[in-house]
Design a protein around this ligand. Sequence first.
Ligand code: FAD
Length: 391
Amino acid sequence: MKTWDGWDLPFLDESHKELIQRLQSWIELDERDEARVEALSLRDQCAHYRKQFAELGLLDLVVPSPTDPSNRLDVRSICLAREALSYRNAMADFVLSMQGIGTAAIWLFGTDRQKGRYLAPCREGRTTPAIAITEPDGGSDVAATRTTAEKRGDRYVINGAKSWISNGGIADHYIVFARTGEADGARGISAFLIDADTPGLRTGPNMDIIAPHPLSELFFEDLEVSASQLLGKPGEGFKVAMATLDIFRTSVGAAAVGLGRRAIGETIARMQGRQLFGKPMAELDLVRTRVADMVTDLDTAALTVYRAAWLKDIRDGSFTPEVAMAKLVGTEAGQRILDSAVQLFGAAGLRTGSVIERMFREIRPMRIYEGASEVQRLIIGRRALATSKTH
Ligand SMILES: Cc1cc2nc3c(=O)[nH]c(=O)nc-3n(C[C@H](O)[C@H](O)[C@H](O)COP(=O)(O)OP(=O)(O)OC[C@H]3O[C@@H](n4cnc5c(N)ncnc54)[C@H](O)[C@@H]3O)c2cc1C
């Protein structure tokens, strides 16, 4: 089957072509190592990819250097990397994306001391970050955060719980959102940088889901943290969380495009090789129309994703609705493509351990995390109805 390659899109430039070649080399490397790495524990698989990406310089794509005056990331490069990695291996994609999502708030809002202490170790793959927004009572309504951080002198005392936290239990630091009460709702939340070994922080066992993922609950029991560990100003937590999502949501759409693209490649190869009703499946009209829908979905998703990434990289201003569209269109298209792939493979698409079955499980969480599809629709609809801009 043809391997992953880049897109011939006006949103990409020469620097992206060089990155595409580097990513293709990684795909070959991973193919060689696959069986050995899959036999490792979740924690060790993550450590393997972190080390490998640090050596290959890929972590530079998701964690800017503390000494880089531009203090920014190229979202198109993040999208290309996530697409290539998830095409090959969703765990690898998870590791790369988490090094970025768990550090964005630091380079966006951190003090020089915080940047100096936390960014370089993450960029060099020596430490693992995490971001803890979701609570047991709900993740979609971030403004309703219940975990509290009570100010006592120059310290805060944190109590509460977080749920479904990626890298929970293996992270070295957590970016934690807690209610500090400057105002009701979204304006009364602050972000804190909390080291994993801080007394009062406990993590639960791994929360096993449809596709393997390091995930756990976090419990805060009178955890004391210095006010110098605030990220941004008191009451700015919601802004900190949304700024992180505004960079990384587009790349969730890209990871879904990677899964969809692989599924289409696998499906076409099978349709060309398998005989049904006396001819190759590829010659059956209903198969052709289904594949046509898959390919059209994929192209639409890629255009939406790379447009949002390009806007974020090139233009000034806020592109939250376009970012929401990238996540919505990418992940919903990816899910439809995977469902069609299973259907066209027949029972073989359901076989435990097959590529299609594995990707069918891997795509599903993407429509929920970093804002469920309904949340993306709310963002898009709210902005469309509030603006006079015609579409
Ligand atoms: C693999 C994975 C990794 C994750 N990693 C992290 C992490 O690192 N950090 C973190 O903080 N969280 C993480 N999460 C949690 C994730 O962000 C939440 O699951 C997500 O935000 C949805 O919150 P919830 O599950 O509490 O669902 P709820 O908020 O209870 O919502 C349930 C469902 O209701 C629907 N819905 C939501 N809003 C509306 C609306 N306004 N109108 C109609 N329907 C609506 C959606 O379909 C949604 O799925 C992760 C989750 C998964 C599955």
